[in-house]
Design a protein around this ligand. Structure first.
Ligand code: ASP
Length: 335
């Protein structure tokens, strides 16, 4: 039986053309129709334009709108492919994983490092992989890139130029394509925990900070003055932060007392935080920071935005943040 796949184009390099002002999205779904049909096998494709943006110009309101649109049309298709710029693709795939909880069809996000019109591009291969994952019948939000399928909330862009731009962080690939065809690792697909629910909310009062030696704690204080409700800090190693020359811990304690949610993760790409080991981490846990554990920064940040869009109650925020919602977190209460 032939599957019905919807392709939603949002822009990015895949649809780009060289303009006087530089490389920018410019191809419409009409312009790409022939190329996409070429790699779609025996699936029935429907293609539509959602926006035409370099993904640097994608903002949280676009995530909400996209989630709403996918929720509306999901029962008319067997799977959905979203064409997206690679730069913020992992933020979008993470947020859609939260907003489209327990989605009943595959939603596969892809892009490319070269325009689909470039004869040596990775675009056709990535679309082929995405369309075939979308036709797999396996529900969830995924990223397809360079012959790999990654769980949406575990994807991160790790290379700026190479075709192998995305990796699955602290989690196995959901599928790989080799001479044996598409091999799907069913164990890497999180089980659906209930019926589909759309939750397209977010808080725009969330920021992400990378800690560096010499960073001034007054910077954190200024965030409170600006009305931020949530801060995600990429701290050092397994989640350490300073308290000797600049006492970040007491500054954060004050912010937490004022009702700001502080989440601490790591600036290391792999293996996550484990803040109960060093004094520099334990002190932070004692004052009530939440921990990102093995989440990607993209998932840790978007999860915080999403939860703060739903509630401002500190104990609900804490409970929600510690739950594995879409496969983004390996739950480990001891750490
Ligand atoms: N700047 C582009 C974007 O994110 C890069 C890409 O798509 O590869 O839209």
């Amino acid at each position: 039986m032939s599957r019905n796949i919807l392709i939603i184009n949002t822009g990015g390099t895949l649809s780009s053309v060289m303009k006087e002002s530089g490389l920018a999205p410019g191809l419409t779904s009409q312009d790409m129709q022939k190329d996409l049909h070429f790699v779609s096998g025996n699936t029935n494709l429907e293609i539509e334009d959602f926006c035409s943006l370099d993904s640097a110009n994608i903002f949280p309101e676009d995530w909400s709108r996209l989630a709403r649109h996918i929720a509306e049309v999901r029962n008319n298709h067997d799977g959905i492919v979203v064409i997206h710029g690679t730069d913020t693709l992992a933020y979008t795939s993470s947020m859609l994983s939260f907003m489209l909880q327990n989605i009943n069809i595959p939603v596969v996000i892809t892009g490319s490092q070269l325009s689909i019109k470039n004869p040596v591009a990775d675009a056709m291969e990535n679309c082929r992989c995405a369309i075939h994952m979308a036709a797999s019948g396996i529900p969830g939000v995924f990223v397809a890139f360079n012959r790999k399928v990654i769980l949406g909330c575990r994807a991160s862009k790790v290379r700026s130029l190479s075709f192998d731009a995305f990796e699955s962080i602290n989690y196995p690939n959901v599928a790989t394509i080799s001479s044996l065809g598409m091999n799907i690792d069913e164990k890497a697909v999180p089980l659906r925990k209930g019926v589909f629910s759309l939750s397209d909310v977010y808080s725009s009062k969330v920021c992400m900070i990378k800690m560096f030696p010499g960073m001034h704690r007054s910077f954190l204080e200024s965030l409170a003055d600006q009305g931020y409700k949530g801060i995600y800090i990429e701290a050092y190693g397994i989640g350490g932060m300073p308290f000797v020359k600049h006492d970040f811990i007491s500054t954060l304690e004050k912010l937490i007392e004022d009702g700001i949610t502080v989440v601490v993760g790591t600036q290391c790409t792999y293996e996550g935080s484990k803040m109960n080991v060093y004094e520099t981490g334990r002190r932070a846990l004692e004052i009530g920071v939440l921990q990102a554990h093995d989440m990607t920064s993209e998932a840790a940040l978007t999860k915080l935005m999403w939860i703060l869009g739903m509630t401002e109650n500190p104990s609900e925020i804490k409970d929600y943040y510690g739950i594995n919602i879409a496969g983004e977190l390996t739950e480990n209460p001891q750490a």
